[in-house]
Design a protein around this ligand. Structure first.
Ligand code: ADP
Length: 551
């Protein structure tokens, strides 16, 4: 801007200087032309007077270098000329000034020379005898005047140029100074040109609008970040080139990336074929889903294209941890297979025995044994089905079951009482000790915990062994402990015995009427009470299972 103002001022100043010089020359030329013409006329008057009085003798000894004097007869023939030979001169009757003088008594004219460098001024006067005396003087033309004055003109132009350069530079700076000093942060506080006022008001209103909009944007961004940062699912925003323009903490953690991932291509973060296929889908504006194994987990990747109008503007990649889901799926499959397998054996036994009996193929003496086997297998199936039903209830969450204050000691006493006959049969002493301890719980589930633990302690015991049940309170917890002197559980099986249908010794468990679901039910029921299970055992050294309930 300064440059433009500077240039304009310079041009204007130079233009004015040039115009002034031209006008000055014109006025000067016109003025001196007029003066010269007057002088010429006066001289012509004088010469006419002299020639009238003295005749041709006037010209003798006349020394006139400045003027050309010509005496022309009334018929146009040149009688005398002080510059040329009059005899050789052509007839002057057609000359403008001569003709005018012959007609009116006086005449004047001017003519340019061939080079245009000079102009001749003529003045003529008729003498009383009808002849005409003509004087002529040469005058420089405007061009000659200009060329003659070129040096001073150049000098003036140079001075004017330098002056205008200096002034223009100062002026330009001065004009721009208030503009440079504008405080655009507070446009209305500026004092300067009135002409800027509408602009400053406009800037002020736009600034307020921008501030409001950026505040709204920041708020939305913050809300978005708060939501996405606290999500357990990973979220990645991609642009049309497949570059990451947004990524939440969960996604960073999953892909083992850091914040430098922002701006990188998605393939730089994960090169798997699934990601490549998802990016291809994003480029085609398609929704796509893939499963991907990352760091020992299984993840579901859901890609949704984002369009603004009809133009694709990127994609959102959602990463959902499907490890648990997958595990649950696997467990369900195994459970179904196990259940069918567990039910098949007793059913086959029952069906086989029943068929033999129906076809009368069993000796009378053996019939009782067949009936007892059918009964035992049916009992086993009933227990199995009951356990499955109990487990599936627990699987559904059992959240709706009412919790109530339960005295664990009283509840254990009841169960111990029910199991006394079984203990006696196995020649195992079953005792209960401890103090009353009330917890908030679900009585049937607590009962299955005590029942299953005591049942195992009796089943996997030896004749003459013992089972000691105790309920104690310690450090804000209630501990239910079942200790036996039985066969014990080798360390390598201790993790697995809580799995469904897992048994250390298949045949022994089945022989003793075990379903393989007892400890799974205990684990599940304990979890629903927020309780922890502790197992201390070794092969042939008995086992102590403790369930620790929070109060
Ligand atoms: P089961 O119906 O077979 O008893 P559980 O789930 O109750 O099923 O127990 C799983 C397995 O853990 C049992 O088959 C047995 O091998 C082992 N087990 C459980 N409790 C004891 C214990 N007190 N002493 C020794 N082994 C045990």
């Amino acid at each position: 801007m300064t440059k433009r103002i500077f240039r304009s001022i310079c041009l204007a100043a130079l233009g004015v200087a040039a115009a002034a010089v031209v006008l000055f020359l014109l006025v000067l030329y016109d003025y001196f032309g007029g003066v010269q013409q007057q002088q010429l006329q006066m001289q012509t008057e004088l010469a006419a007077q002299a020639v009238t009085n003295e005749g041709i003798t006037y010209f003798d000894g006349l020394n006139s270098e400045q003027y050309r004097i010509t005496w022309v007869a009334a018929d146009g023939k040149v009688i005398y000329d002080n510059r040329s030979d009059s005899a050789a001169m052509e007839n002057h009757l057609e000359r403008e000034e001569i003709r005018a003088a012959l007609l009116t008594g006086e005449g004047k004219s001017s003519r340019y020379s061939d080079t245009l460098m000079e102009r001749a001024l003529y003045a003529a006067k008729r003498l009383p005898d009808g002849s005409v005396i003509r004087l002529s003087v040469s005058q420089h033309t405007l061009l000659t005047l200009f060329l003659g004055m070129l040096q001073p003109i150049c000098f003036i132009i140079i001075i004017a140029g330098v002056l205008s350069l200096v002034l223009a530079s100062r002026l330009a700076k001065k004009i721009v100074e208030p503009l440079n000093a504008l405080d655009l942060e507070q446009p209305l506080s500026n004092e300067g040109y009135d002409e800027l006022s509408p602009l400053l008001h406009r800037i002020d209103s736009q600034q307020r609008q921008i501030k409001r909009q950026s505040e709204e944007l920041a708020q939305k961004q913050k809300e978005f970040e708060t939501v996405t940062e606290n999500m357990t699912e990973g979220i990645i925003l991609l642009n049309t080139k497949g570059e990451v323009i947004g990524i939440n903490r969960a996604a960073l953690r999953l892909f083992g990336a850091d914040t430098a991932a922002l701006g990188q291509h998605m393939l730089a973060i994960n090169r798997s074929p699934q990601i490549t296929e998802l990016l291809a889908a994003a480029a085609a504006g398609r929704h796509a889903e893939k499963m991907l194994d990352i760091a020992g987990g299984r993840y579901q990747l859901i890609l949704s294209p984002v369009n603004s109008g009809n133009v694709p503007s990127g994609a959102v990649l959602l990463v959902i941890d499907a490890t648990e889901k997958e595990k649950a799926e696997q467990m369900r499959r195994e459970f179904t297979a196990n259940v069918s397998h567990e039910l098949k054996t007793p059913l086959h036994t029952i069906a086989g025995s029943a068929e033999l009996l129906a076809n009368n193929m069993v000796k009378e003496a053996d019939k009782m044994a067949f009936y007892q086997r059918i009964q035992a297998e049916t009992q086993r199936m009933i227990r199995l089905v009951e356990d499955i039903i109990r487990l599936s209830h627990l699987d559904e969450g059992a959240d709706d079951i009412k919790r109530e204050p339960v005295d664990l000691l009283a509840l254990a006493a009841e169960t111990v009482k029910t199991l006394q006959p079984a203990a006696a049969k196995a020649q195992v002493s079953l005792t209960l000790a401890g103090e009353a301890a009330v917890i908030e719980g679900i009585p049937p589930l607590l009962q299955s915990i005590v029942y299953n633990l005591c049942d195992n302690a009796i089943k996997y015991n030896r004749a003459g062994g013992s089972v000691a049940v105790s309920v104690t309170r310690a450090n804000g917890t209630v501990r239910l402990s079942v200790a036996d002197t039985g066969i014990g559980i080798p360390a390598e099986y201790q993790e697995r015995i809580f799995e469904r249908f897992y048994r250390v010794d298949q045949s022994r468990s089945k022989e003793l009427g075990g379903t393989g679901l007892g400890l799974a039910i205990v684990k599940h029921a304990a979890r629903l009470h927020g309780a922890e299970i502790e197992l201390k055992s070794a092969a042939n050294a008995g086992a102590t299972v403790t369930v620790i309930f929070p109060v």
